[in-house]
Design a protein around this ligand. Structure first.
Ligand code: CA
Length: 224
């Protein structure tokens, strides 16, 4: 699980990073709203902890921009103001939860777990695209009467492509989410798994293809 922390108070940002790190989350920290948006828009995070009062772009605008770009990553807003209108505004902008500063670390962790669990519930059974169905509990890919069991990395790559089916998925996102940022995995690792998946699609008789957008990434396409 990889969490993005967007918080301009460096001491709080560092404390959050430490707390989440101790809870075995991987974290990245940025200190203003524009960086927050740029990082979160890559879609590589499982959740974003987002302060409201930020330089360059406030937290409300960041969430709104993310949702407008089709990025569904769960967001928990940190607001210094306990105003009800702020909370409602935050949720209306597309945030999933909010916390009022100051807060106990345990509460943030509990809310993150709940948020990630809810997200898990949504994606836990199956993903569909055109004639393909991916069963997430068994790693099984089905097309019509045929099905195949996918290996772990094939499954993870396809899960990300199907969860972002209307968007180009950058190679970098696949590397970070499937192999890990420090893994040393390269573009040709991703290409190998894309090629395995294309063979599976062919075997299944699917009309779905994985389009390559040169120097950018991949996009699922329905050629049916
Ligand atoms: Ca702030």
């Amino acid at each position: 699980m990889r969490i993005l922390i967007v918080e301009d108070e460096t001491r709080l940002a560092d404390a959050l990073s430490q707390i989440l790190g101790e809870a075995k989350y991987q974290t990245d920290v940025v200190y203003d709203g524009q960086d927050g948006l740029d990082y979160a828009a890559t879609g590589q995070y499982d959740a974003v902890v987002l302060d409201v009062m930020l330089p360059r772009m406030d937290g409300f605008a960041v969430v709104r921009a993310l949702r407008a770009q089709g990025v569904a990553t769960p967001v928990i807003l940190l607001t210094a103001r306990g105003e009800l209108t702020d909370k409602i505004h935050g949720l209306d902008c597309g945030a999933d939860d909010y916390m009022t500063k100051p807060f106990a670390p345990e509460e943030l962790l509990a809310r993150l777990r709940a948020m990630l669990r809810r997200q898990g519930d949504v994606v836990l059974d199956t993903l569909h695209f055109a004639d393909l169905t991916l069963e997430l509990s068994t790693n099984t890919l089905t097309c019509g009467a045929k099905s195949v069991r996918l290996g772990y990395k094939e499954f993870e790559v396809l899960r990300i492509l199907m969860a972002n089916a209307k968007q180009i998925v950058p190679k970098e996102t696949l590397i970070v989410k499937v192999w890990g940022a420090e893994s040393g995995a390269e573009d040709n690792n991703v290409e190998a798994y894309i090629s395995f998946l294309r063979k599976k699609f062919f075997f299944l008789g699917s009309h779905v293809t994985i389009g390559t957008v040169r120097k950018v990434g991949y996009l699922l396409e329905d050629e049916g």
